[in-house]
Design a protein. Sequence first.
Length: 299
Amino acid sequence: MNILEFGKIMTEEVKDALGNAVDVEFKEITKNNGIVNHALIIRKQAENVAPTIYIDDLYDKFKDGKVIMSIVNEIVELYNQYAPGESVDVSFFTDFSKVAGLLAFKVINFYKNEEILRDIPHKRFADLALVPFCLVHDERLGRGIITIKNEHLKEWEVSFDELWENVYENAPKILPLTFGNMAEYVPALKEMPLDGVLPEMFVFSNSSKINGAGVFLYPGVMEATSKALQSSLIVIPSSVHEVIVIPSEKMAVDPGYLYKMVKEVNCTVVEDGEVLSDNVYFYDKNTGKMGVLQEEMAI
C-alpha cells in the first residue's frame, strides 16, 4: 500500500469515526523546497478553521506494523485536542488598511520554489525570494501567518510597490531582529578550537525564531551591523530560520572553505524543507552593497 492509498483509507476511517458533523479531505501539500507532505484536513461544517494533520509519519508507523484502527484513533485524538471551538474572525483581511500593520516577510530559495512563487508577489535577492505574509493571532489558536497572494492585491486594489512599502516598514516592528553570539546559540562551540578560523560569529533571527533568516534584509540592518563591527560582513545561511553573520576582516579562511562548509551542513544537518541556500553573501562596508560572495573572491 502506498501513501496515496493509505491516505484514502484514513480519510474514510476518520470520517466514520468522527461522524457526519465533519468533512475530511486527504491532500498533498507542497511545502518549502518542493517537499511534498500528505495530510488530512478535518473541518467542522460551517467553520472556517480546519486542523491539518500530517500523516507521513503515521504511514511509516503503518509500514512498521501498527494496525489501521490504532492509527485512526491517534488521528481522532489529535483532532479532538486541536479542533477549534468556533470559527476564527478573519474579516479584517478584506481591508488592506487593517492588514498593512501586520505585514512581514520570510525568505526561501527562489530556484527550489519557482512554481509556488508564481502566485506570490515576491521580491528577489540573489537566489532568494522574499515572501510577504500577514501575521495573525488568535487567543485560542495562537500565532499563524497568511501568505499574501497576487489575488489578494487585486481584491485590495493595492499595487506591488505599495504592498512592499508596508512590508518593509512593519516587519522590523512586529518581528524585530534578535541576535546573539554563536556560542550562546550552540553551547558546544565553546569547546571547539575555532579561534582564528571563524571568530565572532553572530546568529541573526527574528523575535519568534521561526522563518527569521530574512532579518538580514531588513532596511538598514547590514549597514548598522557593519558600522558597529567596523568591518564588511559575510552572511552564511544557516537555515530558513536564521543566518550567521561574520566580520570579514577577521576571517582566516578563504570563501571556498565557507562554501564547502555550507553545502556539507545543508546536506547532513539541515532538514530538506529548511535549507535556504548553498550560497554565501557579502556586504561591502565601502560601497554599502550586498550580493553573493564569489568563491574565488579575496576577503
